[in-house]
Design a protein around this ligand. Structure first.
Ligand code: MF3
Ligand code: CO
Length: 281
């Protein structure tokens, strides 16, 4: 079953290295979220993240990344996607955060050859109630996906749980299909894809050593997207606002381990009544 996909299964030692990369990502995202305020430029967020990478002797998963759809290598260490931008927003000294913005920050770090990848969406000052609910629904969808991963299950169980979580919200949201979650390890993007919709019980088995980046992207309107002339920035086709949350995770025999959460996911997993399964921290 699993061998229909090229899935890189990590040893215990490799998982510990993935955790080190994940911790750098967690710290950088926390620092960037903290720094967000009206007047800050997205280039300043990129600089902050660059400093944090250097401090931890880590390198960027994103800088110089050559997209498989062609185009220019990625020019920054962080993606900052504001309002109707979904993902892959380019940092720029001209782009200034304003009160009311919904700012998605996506960041990846490499330690010793192993990658961590995560994203969060920051509300700059008070955002509209609809934007705040969108953000909350996206974060909830991520945790619903994480919660659906269990040894003996299949990868599409995660996809189905993300979709079910979104559909259970009182509001209707678009679920972006043009980007998916992904396997991750010695490269940022690996098999399998982890779509944010679909039927359960398909795809590779969830086994020890599997590492996935789960990343729902929701919109207030259509799920359709287009790419700006910069060749990178993915925006909603209808201009509706979007939110994005992502974690890199693995499942051990003890439970879930959220590699890009500062606490490994312990607090949220406890809240959800799910087993927390770090190898050692
Ligand atoms: N974190 C994004 C993802 O999960 C990748 C950013 S694209 C890059 O797919 F080019 F900036 F690396
Ligand atoms: Co990712």
């Amino acid at each position: 079953m699993t061998d229909r996909w090229k899935v890189e299964l990590k040893s215990v030692d490799q998982l510990r290295r993935m955790r080190l990369a994940g911790l750098v990502v967690a710290k950088a995202l926390a620092a960037m979220a903290e720094a967000c305020r009206p007047g800050l430029t997205t280039a300043e967020l990129d600089l902050l993240a660059t400093e944090i990478l250097a401090r931890h002797r880590a390198t960027s998963s994103f800088l110089g990344y050559a997209p498989d759809w062609g185009g220019q290598p990625y020019p920054g260490v962080v993606c900052v996607s504001i309002n109707q931008e979904v993902v892959h927003g380019l940092p720029s000294p001209e782009r200034v955060l304003a009160a009311g913005d919904l700012v998605s920050i996506d960041f990846g770090a490499v330690v010793d050859g192993w990658h961590g990848d995560a994203a969060l969406t920051v509300e700059v000052g008070p955002v509209s109630p609809a934007a705040a609910r969108l953000n909350q629904a996206t974060r909830q969808a991520l945790w619903a996906g994480l919660a659906a991963a269990r040894l003996g299950g299949r990868v599409s169980d995660i996809s189905a749980a993300v979709e079910r979580s979104v559909r259970s919200q009182p509001e209707r949201y678009g679920i972006v299909r043009d980007c998916t979650g992904h396997g991750i390890g010695s490269a940022m993007h690996q098999d399998p894809d982890v779509p944010n919709y679909g039927r359960p019980g398909r795809g590779p088995g969830v086994v020890e050593g599997l590492c996935l980046a789960i990343e729902p992207m929701l919109t207030l309107g259509s799920r359709r997207t287009t790419v700006l002339e910069d060749g990178w920035t993915l925006v909603t086709a209808d201009g509706s606002w979007s939110a994005h949350w992502e974690h890199t995770m693995t499942v051990t025999k003890h439970g879930l381990w959220v590699l890009t959460a500062l606490d490994g996911g312990e607090a949220e997993l406890n809240r959800l009544g799910l087993p927390f399964g770090p190898l050692s921290d």
